[in-house]
Design a protein around this ligand. Structure first.
Ligand code: GTP
Ligand code: MG
Length: 487
């Protein structure tokens, strides 16, 4: 029996991951491996959780007194061979509440006696485990930063459990261990920009990376690869999600090397048609009949509510706001200023932009100056001004907050009523500053505005209006990519 302990704080994704593993390995993978539940409880546990997720509901948080052992036999069938599958090993997992983990390995406040029994049981389980996977919720560390208490706790608890089970870093006798960053589907951009999971660890949890980054396995995984927004603007599982993003977990349990730079592990998926490098993991939403597919996030953002990068019109580098300055997304500048000297399309006639290769004969930005085509590829492009007008007119707009960020929930009508996107009020960049964030949104289409040398079309909104007009090309504005053309 191989005992695998998957641990992590509240909300790190243990329950979703365990249910997802059972679901994924119901069918043999490309190498013929599958998981056979050893008992009724294990089988129903998976089936119930998955059924619920297919309906668009996440599992409830596991409570302190719920501790569920899940037992499987890992088997392998030789594809095409007329013989029964061989038993590879028995695998057992334990699902338990994150608060028990915190009580066992975290900063104990001393007065929560109610979890003593459970935390003892968990410690025993971890002690007897052959393999340890420490889950770290990317959302905790990426959205909040090092100054946040939850992030400090994540760092502390992770070091504490690894120190304990690995025998104070001696590396002898302890279980094989991996640090897995969960919810990689939502943080593909960040993982990519950090050059892989180890890079994310170095940037966001340096004290864990310092001690464990070089010699433990570190990789990212996701249990669910597709989410949608529900009526309240919450991100919930899409009915047709797959659990392919967990292939790496079982691969690791089987003893194989898992590459750390696999941002979205489902790209390795054997059973799914492969998506192109840049379009994998990105949700797209059609909002009206024959309309384009809209991306769920801005360029440079992992979440619908994140601002992402700001571009002057025709810019493909993009700049992010960090510590009150503009930092180039490709690292080329850490003190950028949006102004006439930097915006190369500013004060140029249509004719000069055409001869200079900035715009096409069709009067839109050329592919090499279209931020979406350059940064995302895979058929993504900047919307046209007409598409942004259509977005205004063909959808219902509700000013709201998502994850505490102001913006619009834009939803389709009629049979598209369940399709929606969130546009955060990103403000705009001018000079070294950011203006209007939280109150106004400014987004670029790919069209210049008639023959004024200074303007392009733009799309802007506040809590009381949303419309298209024109704006000087040197401003830093957001881009929400689209894919596909209306017929
Ligand atoms: N996008 C995405 N979200 C996920 C994924 N896995 C988990 N989540 C989100 O994380 C939340 C918590 O996941 P759970 O599996 O319930 O977390 P847990 O570790 O069991 O938490 P406790 O039971 O409270 O200890 C879910 O409700 C989802 O919102 C994933 O693969 N992708
Ligand atoms: Mg749980």
């Amino acid at each position: 029996m191989k005992k695998v302990a998957i641990v992590g704080v509240e909300g790190s994704g243990k329950t979703v991951m365990l249910a997802g593993l059972g679901d994924l390995y119901t069918y043999p993978d490309e190498d013929g491996y599958f998981l056979a539940p050893k008992n009724f409880e294990t089988a129903t546990y998976v089936a119930e959780k998955i059924k619920r997720m297919r309906r668009g509901e996440w599992p409830s948080a596991t409570t302190g007194d719920e501790m569920r052992g899940l037992d499987w036999t890992l088997k392998r069938r030789e594809l095409g061979a007329r013989k029964p599958p061989e038993n590879v090993c028995e695998v057992s997992f334990l699902d338990f509440a994150g608060e028990v983990y915190r009580a066992a390995y975290g900063i104990s406040d001393g007065d929560d006696d109610s979890l003593t029994e459970q935390s003892k049981e968990l410690k025993q389980y971890v002690c007897g485990a052959d393999e340890l996977i420490v889950l770290i919720n990317l959302r905790d560390v990426i959205s909040n930063g090092l100054g946040d208490q939850r992030v400090q706790e994540a760092m502390w608890i992770t070091r504490s459990i690894l120190d304990t089970v690995l025998g104070k870093k001696e590396g002898t006798g302890g279980p094989r261990a991996a640090i897995v960053l969960s919810q990689a589907d939502r943080y593909a951009e960040t993982i990519k920009s950090c050059g892989g999971a180890t890079g994310v660890l170095q940037k966001y949890l340096p004290h864990v990376a310092n001690d464990y980054g070089g010699w433990l396995d570190v990789f990212a995984a996701n249990a669910i690869d597709k989410t949608v927004l529900d009526d309240d603007g919450n991100m919930v599982p899409a009915a047709d999600f797959t659990t392919q993003g967990l292939l790496s977990i079982l691969k690791w349990i089987r003893g194989e090397k898992v590459l750390d730079d696999v941002a979205i592990p489902n790209a390795e998926g054997g059973n799914l048609p492969r998506q192109s490098e840049s379009s994998r993991g990105r949700n797209k939403i059609q909002l009206w009949v024959e309309g384009p597919y809209w991306a769920e996030t801005n360029i440079g953002a992992d979440e619908p509510w994140e601002y992402g990068c700001y571009f002057w019109w025709g810019d493909t580098v993009g700049y992010k706001r960090e510590n009150n300055v503009w930092v180039a997304c490709d690292g080329s500048s850490c003190n950028f200023s949006f102004g006439s000297g930097n915006a190369q399309t500013y004060n140029r006639s249509i004719a000069s932009m055409k001869s200079g290769g900035w715009i096409t004969d069709g009067n839109v930005l050329a592919p090499e100056h279209d931020a979406a085509q350059v940064q995302w590829g895979g058929g993504w492009r900047m919307p046209t001004a007409q598409e942004l007008k259509d977005l205004c007119e063909k959808c219902d707009w509700r000013w709201t907050q998502m994850n505490g960020v102001n913006g619009y929930l834009v939803r389709g009508r009629g049979e598209y009523a369940s399709a929606k996107i969130f546009l955060p009020a990103t403000g705009y960049g001018y000079g070294p500053s950011l203006y209007g964030a939280g109150s106004y949104g400014y987004y670029w289409p790919s069209d210049p505005y008639s023959d004024y040398h200074y303007f392009a079309w733009y799309f802007y909104f506040s809590s009381s209006y949303h419309r298209t007009s024109y704006h000087t090309r040197l401003h830093g504005q957001s881009v929400r990519p689209v894919q596909g053309f209306g017929e």
